[in-house]
Structures are given as structure tokens and as C-alpha cells.
Ligand binder design. Sequence first.
Ligand code: DGL
Length: 278
Amino acid sequence: MDNRPIGIFDSGLGGLTAVKETVRRLPGENIIFFGDTGRVPYGTRSAPTIIRYALEDMRFLKRFDIKAAVVACGTVSTTALPQLRENFSLPIYGVTEAAVAAAVRETRSGRIGVIGTNASIRSGTYERLLRQRLPDAAVISRPCPLLVPLVEDGRFDPEDPVVRLLLCEYLTPILEFGADTLILGCTHYPLLRAAVSAVCGNGVTLIDPGRETAEVLARELAADGLAADPGRRGSVSCYVSDDAQSFSRFGGMFLGADITATVSLCDIFDETAAKHEG
Ligand code: DGL
């Protein structure tokens, strides 16, 4: 048994979709979440910048003596996972591998769509991992750069005409391609799940990377003897690099009423700075 916390990070609010799934699956674990709200979005940036940010974020989380880390960011998972694993000696879970495994399990036709940030799609990681598992897969990948700012602004209502318009533009080629499975390849996108479903209809299975990763994490922590004591109640502590108040407001919405979390503003570069409650 190991009651040390699990570290989870993302560029912003989206990673909370993975936190929510982790709490649902592993209610006894303490979670330290870092959302780099001062530097979001990552998905519009170059690979070297994303790698640098990811290493800095992980260095911050390591201060909490974490036993494992979840990279709750499709952009970092597709672009910086090897560098994170090279530089830090703890189990690090990206969201891409579990999402790909689920897509391969779910597809009936072998026609799979992937949506993600510019950086994620440019990396080709989803396609590469899909082809490794299913060599005959027909894959269509589409960058959806306007979805992250939309979600960060709290707009994901399926009735919102801007949401609908953008999703129709991004998803029409995927529907025309005939995909029966769609990887929501950015952790912000599960917040748009209802809106994506409304556009895609029932014939397309949506894959939530955070949910799939929480399943893998639960299995592997148990197998490695790293799970927290059974029967214990865990906690969620969030740290953000900017605007803790707006994060608290939207974050509560994302996590749902049954999960309570503290939110603190932090300077990840200042090892001695006091943390201010948001
Ligand atoms: N939620 C992240 C992802 O999965 C980050 C998006 C961004 O910062 O652009 O890609």
C-alpha cells in the first residue's frame, strides 16, 4: 500500500476531466492537480516549447512526493512523453496509449477518427499508435484549434450555436470518412461530449482519454502495490499558475458537485513561495 499522492497535470481546465475519472475509479487516492492556466494553450506551440513546459510542470509536481503521474494533456502526451520518462524515474501515464487501446477495442469497421490540438495532430502520435495496434486501421486526424479556448471560456452547451457551428465544421470530414469511433484526443474535449454526440449521432463511439487512463492507472497501481489503503477517503488539491478564482468557478462545474477540491495559486519556479488560496 502507498498513500502518497498521484500527480496529474494539464495546460488548463481540461485535465479535470481526467481528475474526475480518477476520483470516480480511485476514491481513496490523494490527487495533486496542476493546471498551467498562466500558459494555456499548449496545443498552438512548437514541440520544443511543449517539452520545456512539460518538464517544468513535472518538476513542480515532484515537490509533492508523488508516487505516479498522469499527463492529463493530449498535447504533452503526444509530444513530450519520452522526454518526461527519460528525466523522471516514476511511473508516468500519458492519455494517448489508453485512448488508442480503447478505440481499437471499440471499432467494428476499423475506421477511426482522431481530433486534437494542432500539436497533437502534427505529432502523428495517435496515428502511429493506432497502426501499431491495428495495422489495417483507416485513420482520419483533424486538428480543432478553436475548441480549447471555447471550453476554457465555459462554452460547451450543445445548444450554443457557436459550439455547434465549430463542431460541424471540424467533424463533417470525419463523418464523411465513415469513422465509427472517434478519439476525443484532447482532455478538454470530453466537456463537449454531449455537443459532439449531437453532431455525430449514435453511430459513432466516443473515446474519452481521461476515463480510459483512469482504468489503466487503477489496474497498474494495484498490480505494482502502489494503491492507497482500501476504505480510505482521498482528497483533490489543485494548483494553478494564474487566476485561481476563475479556475475555482469553472473547475467546480467540471468536477461535479460530489467532488470537493481546494484551489491554490502557485509559482512553479519559486521553490520557497507561499501558496495563496484562490
Ligand atoms: N487539454 C490539453 C490537451 O489535451 C491541452 C490543450 C491546450 O493547451 O492546447 O491537448
